[in-house]
Design a binder for this molecule. Structure first.
Ligand code: SF4
Ligand code: SF4
Length: 146
């Protein structure tokens, strides 16, 4: 950010500094709108940025989903509690990764965990709190699926 301030011509709209609380509120607002959060590391071990974007506008998501490289999945995967799910379908429209579909036979949401990126958009939208995120590493079949 300090570097960017030196080159105002590249950021004509200016740069706004956020407090931690403002940043959290902004992330919640992005979630409400249905944007996928992703961390940008730029080849380092540190978080250089938090991006909120959507497919197919986002280059990183498009490169991954259409061409299979550039972006890793999250550390969590989503899981549905069939006792709580009522089959409303709200979550299906939120998933940008093709991981959520309706199980028509049982009238419940079905998550393909191999496709899930752990973005959490389905979890926050579910009116029945039927979706939870679990750590990828706790599921043997998924812990190497990035
Ligand atoms: S939003 Fe929740 S209740 Fe509705 S289908 Fe999805 S998991 Fe089920
Ligand atoms: S957490 Fe997984 S299933 Fe839910 S919206 Fe994100 S990618 Fe889709």
């Amino acid at each position: 950010m300090l570097k960017w301030e030196r080159y105002p011509e590249r950021y004509k709209g200016g740069v706004k500094w956020l407090s931690i609380e403002e940043a959290k509120q902004w992330l919640r607002e992005m979630d409400r709108r249905g944007f996928v959060h992703s961390l940008m590391l730029f080849g380092t071990r540190f978080i250089a940025g938090i991006c909120n974007c959507d497919y197919p506008i986002c280059d990183a998501l498009t490169m991954r989903l259409d061409h299979g490289f550039n972006m890793l999945k999250g550390h969590y995967v989503a899981m549905v509690d069939y006792d709580l799910c009522n089959g409303c379908g709200v979550c299906v429209q939120r998933c940008q990764f093709g991981a959520l579909k309706m199980n028509v036979t049982q009238d419940r949401a079905n998550i393909d965990q191999m496709r899930c990126f752990g973005c959490g958009l389905c979890e926050t939208a579910c009116p029945r709190k039927a979706i939870s995120l679990v750590e990828r590493m706790t599921i043997p079949a998924l812990k190497e699926v990035w």
